[in-house]
Write a protein of this length. Structure first.
Length: 289
């Protein structure tokens, strides 16, 4: 099912519940050997009837394994593979999207990716994601999702110019916006307001990441603009020697965060960054659905 249909306001969530749910996974670092574990985790999450499952691109794992995983997942789920263009020439992109379409996949998340420092892998056929969106639009019938950044992309001078650039992806043919994860709903509501004021009417799907460990929180905040509210900071400190208590706090916090998002007519769905583990995401879903 295509993004436009999934996130159509009049269409009820597949889980029959309060909000449309989707899950993000990544190719296991140990390649094909790790597929079985991933399928086991996804089997647990399947009962929440996700509208789609998305698969990241380029972060670890060989491209051969990624394609095998894409093939396996698209037989089980409505799969939205991600694709980043900075390391690919136009010909390579054309081949890749053709391959995906041949598998019967209907959606793709079109991304620029992080600019590689290694000049030999940076192809420069596509400078920004809006160029990739136009290219895919011209070549295929794939329904295209794009990334949005509630606190601004890390390279953008400010949120306003980042939203102007988001508009370029929308004008090029994107059909839904999947956001970077966030923990501060107020910042997210402000972002939605700015996006709508910019004349962007596309469905916005909120990026949700369970809180698992101090290491994980330190890593994500070093890579992207993501504010960590005081309540989380305090509990990271309080439970620094007690991972199970931290996990419980995280489940409680993110469940409350999701409850604060459900019911807002500008939020078309919740997209869970599962980190390939079912436990925490399913606990949150049990709390909110
Ligand atoms: P763009 O939309 O091109 O934006 C990049 C920067 O350039 C921004 O600062 C923007 O303001 C600016 N910009 C955009 N267009 C223009 C323009 N026309 N002129 C001037 N400036 C412009 N990375 C991976 O490697 N693999 C993944 O699978 C992956 N999945 C992701 C999923 C989601 C939901 C999100 C939010 C991010 C994901 N990323 C992934 C990270 C992403 O690749 C990086 O954040 C990357 O740096 C930017 O990609 P983009 O598509 O947002 O780029």
């Amino acid at each position: 099912m295509k993004l436009k249909e999934i996130y159509n306001k009049d269409k009820k969530p597949l889980n029959g519940e309060k909000i449309k749910i989707s899950f993000e996974v990544f190719p296991p670092k140990n390649g094909e050997a790790g597929f079985e574990d991933l399928f086991t985790e996804l089997e647990i999450l399947k009962k929440y009837n996700p509208s789609l499952v998305s698969l990241t691109y380029g972060a670890g794992g060989s491209s051969n394994d990624s394609m095998k995983l894409t093939e396996a997942l698209c037989r089980k789920f409505n799969l939205m593979p991600h694709f980043t263009c900075v390391r690919s020439s136009k010909d390579e992109v054309a081949r890749h999207i053709k391959e995906i379409e041949t598998l019967g996949i209907e959606n793709i998340l079109a991304l620029r990716g992080d600019i590689p420092e290694d000049k030999t892998v940076y192809k420069k056929d596509f400078k920004y994601a809006n160029e990739l969106v136009s290219f895919i639009r011209e070549k295929t019938d794939l329904s295209i999702g794009v990334a949005g950044y509630p606190e601004g992309h890390i390279d953008a001078p400010d949120i306003y110019s980042d939203i102007e650039n988001l508009k370029k992806k929308v004008d090029a043919g994107a059909q839904a916006i999947f956001t970077q994860l966030f923990y501060d709903n107020e910042k997210f509501f402000h972002y939605i307001e700015l996006v709508r004021n910019a004349g962007i009417t596309l469905p916005i799907i909120a990026g949700i990441m369970p809180i698992l460990s101090i290491k994980q929180m330190t890593r994500i905040t070093s890579m992207a603009k993501i504010s960590i509210p005081e309540e989380i900071k305090n509990n990271l400190e309080k439970f620094k020697d007690s991972p199970e208590d931290l996990k419980s706090f995280g489940i409680d916090y993110v469940s409350r965060q999701c409850e604060g998002l459900i019911g807002n007519s500008n939020i078309a769905g919740l997209h869970f960054y599962t980190l390939n583990k079912a436990f925490t995401t399913s606990k949150i879903l049990e709390n909110i659905l």
